[in-house]
Design a protein around this ligand. Structure first.
Ligand code: NAP
Length: 445
C-alpha cells in the first residue's frame, strides 16, 4: 500500500514508519521542516513538505495514497488554548481527510486516547465503549478532544474505512524522551522522592511504542470501518507500583502525596489532573479482531532499559552505563572516542552459520566486522535495549537488513552478550533469531 503518515518524526510515528516499510508498504511522511524531512528520509519514507494547517495539501496527499495514518498533533496549542484548541485544530484535518476519502473504502487510522470512554466506568474500558460526547460543559477538559475521535469513527458512514487507535496513558520505548515516564522521573529527581496520589491504587495503562506501531499497521491493513482499537499492553498497573519501580531505579523513596488542592499540584504541577485517573483498559477485542499481540517488554520491565536512567545507572551499574556510552558515541558519529572504549584483546564472536562468521579481534576487528556486514547488506537498528544479565551486559537489538542486491528488507531480532570491565568493552557473543534468513537475503537478495 502507498501510505500517507503524519507525525512520522514523533514518538509513535518513528516506530510506525519502519513497521510499515518492513511489511512492504511505501510510506510518504508529512514534514514541516528540513530537520523533519531528513528524519523521515532516514526512516526510509518519501517526504511531502507541508503542515497540518494546509488542509488542501492534506486532502491531496490523502487522495494520492491508498491509506492514511494520522498521529501528528498540535501540542504547541496546549499551553495557550488547552485541549479545546488542540481539538479545534484537529477536527478540520479529519474532515478534510473525510472529503478526500469519502466513498473510496480506503483506510484512515488516527490516534486517540484511552481516556475517551471515561474514567469512572468501574470496569476495564473496552473497544465497544464509544468516546463520550464532548459538549460545552466539557470545555477545557481532556474530553474536549473526543469530538475528533467521534468524527473519525463517523466517517465510516461516508465510505471511509476509518478507525481510532486509542493509545495507553504511558507509551514507552528507548526513544521516549517526552512522554509521561520521563516527566515522572524528572519530577522525582527534582523533588527527591517519587510521589503517588493517595494510596496509589488507581490503575494506569501502558503500551510499548513498537507494539502500538504494529497495531496501527494492522488497523490500516485489515481493520473494519468505524472501530476503536486499544493499543494497551499493560491493562492496569497501580500508580504506586510505577512510582516504586522508578524509586528503586533512582534510589529514592516512593511517597504518598495527599489528594488536596495544595499538595497534589505542588508535586505534580501540570500532571495534576491526570495522575488521579483510574483507567483500567482491555485489549481483548483488538487482539481477537486483528490478531494483534503485544510482543515488547511491559512497562515495569522496560524501566530496566538504561535509556530511562542513564545517569543513575552510571553509579549503580557501571557496565551497563559503559555499553550505553559506547552506543551513544557510535550513534553520535564519535567513532574514534567509541573505539577507544574497546579493549585491544576484545573478541566478537559471530555464529558459524552467518556470512560474517567467526571471531573478530580488537577495535580493528570491530571495524572490519561492521564493514563486512554493511558491504553485504545495509544494517539499520530500529530499537535497542541494554540490561544487566548476570556476568554479561545484554543488548537486545531490533535490526533491519536491506539487501544490496534487491532492496528487500529483513527485520531481525539479535541478542548480544557483552563482556564489560572497568569501563572497557571486552567483546560480545551475538545470537541471531534466524541466521538462515540472513544467509538467504545475502545470497539471493
Ligand atoms: N501516551 C501517549 O504518548 C499518548 C497517549 C494518548 C494519545 N496520544 C496521542 O498519540 C498521538 C501521537 O503522539 P506522539 O507522542 O507519537 O507524538 P509526538 O512525539 O509529540 O510527535 C508529534 C508529531 O506531530 C508533528 N506535528 C506537530 N505539529 C505539526 C504541524 N503543525 N504540522 C505537521 N506536523 C506537526 C511533529 O512533527 P515535527 O517533527 O515537525 O515537530 C511530530 O512528528 C498524538 O495525537 C497524541 O495526543 C499519545
Amino acid at each position: 500500500m502507498r501510505v500517507f503518515v503524519t507525525g512520522g518524526t514523533g514518538h509513535s510515528g518513528a516506530h510506525i514508519i519502519p513497521e510499515l516499510i518492513a511489511a512492504g508498504h511505501e510510506v510518504t511522511g508529512l514534514a514541516r521542516s528540513d530537520a523533519s524531512a531528513a528524519a523521515l528520509s532516514t526512516l526510509g519514507a518519501k517526504v511531502r513538505r507541508g503542515s497540518l494547517a494546509d488542509l488542501d495539501g492534506l486532502k491531496e496527499a490523502a487522495a494520492d495514497s491508498d491509506g492514511v495514518i494520522h498521529v501528528a498533533h498540535r501540542q504547541d496549542l496546549l499551553p495557550s488554548g488547552g485541549m479545546d484548541a488542540v481539538a479545534a485544530a484537529e477536527l478540520p484535518v479529519m474532515l478534510a481527510y473525510g472529503e478526500a476519502l469519502a466513498g473510496t473504502g480506503k483506510p484512515l487510522v488516527a490516534a486517540g486516547s484511552i481516556g475517551s470512554p471515561g474514567h469512572h466506568l468501574g470496569r476495564a474500558a473496552t473497544e465497544e465503549d464509544p468516546a463520550l460526547p464532548s459538549g460545552d460543559e466539557h470545555k477545557g477538559t481532556l474530553r474536549a478532544r473526543n469530538v475528533v475521535e467521534r468524527a473519525v469513527v463517523g466517517l465510516a458512514d461516508q465510505g471511509v474505512r476509518s478507525s481510532i487507535v486509542r493509545i495507553a496513558t504511558i507509551m514507552h520505548s528507548t526513544t521516549d524522551s517526552a512522554g509521561f515516564l520521563p516527566l515522572l522521573i524528572a519530577l522525582a529527581k527534582e523533588k527527591g522522592f517519587v510521589g503517588y496520589p493517595a494510596d496509589g491504587a488507581n490503575l494506569w495503562n501502558a503500551v510499548h511504542a513498537r507494539d502500538a506501531a504494529s497495531l496501527f499497521r494492522l488497523a490500516l491493513e485489515k481493520g473494519p470501518a468505524g472501530k476503536y482499537w486499544h493499543a494497551i499492553g499493560d491493562g492496569g498497573i497501580p500508580f504506586r507500583d510505577i512510582a516504586e519501580a522508578i524509586g528503586t531505579r533512582l534510589g529514592l523513596p516512593a511517597v504518598s502525596v495527599p489528594v488536596d488542592v495544595l499538595m497534589l499540584p505542588a508535586y505534580f504541577g501540570p500532571l495534576t489532573n491526570l495522575v488521579t485517573l483510574n483507567l483500567p483498559a482491555s485489549n481483548l477485542v483488538t487482539r481477537q479482531a486483528l490478531g494483534w499481540e503485544p510482543a515488547q517488554p511491559g512497562l515495569l520491565a522496560d524501566l530496566d532499559n538504561s535509556h530511562y536512567f542513564t545517569a543513575v545507572t552510571a553509579a549503580a551499574n557501571n557496565d551497563v552505563a559503559t555499553l550505553q556510552e559506547f552506543v551513544t558515541r557510535m550513534q553520535a558519529g564519535d567513532r574514534t572516542e567509541a573505539l577507544d572504549m574497546i579493549d585491544a584483546d576484545a573478541v566478537w564472536r559471530e555464529a558459524d552459520t552467518l556470512p560474517w562468521s567467526g571471531e573478530w579481534r580488537g577495535p580493528d576487528g570491530f571495524v572490519r566486522l561492521d564493514c563486512e556486514i554493511n558491504t553485504l547488506a545495509e544494517m539499520t537498528v530500529r530499537d535497542y535495549t541494554i540490561v544487566e544479565a548476570g556476568e554479561v551486559v545484554e543488548m537486545r537489538l531490533s535490526a533491519v537488513f536491506t539487501s544490496r542486491k534487491s532492496g528487500r528488507r529483513l527485520p531481525m531480532e539479535i541478542v548480544e552478550h557483552y563482556t564489560v570491565r572497568d569501563g572497557k568493552i571486552h567483546g560480545a557473543n551475538a545470537f541471531y533469531k534466524d541466521t538462515q534468513a540472513v544467509n538467504d537475503l545475502i545470497k539471493h537478495g
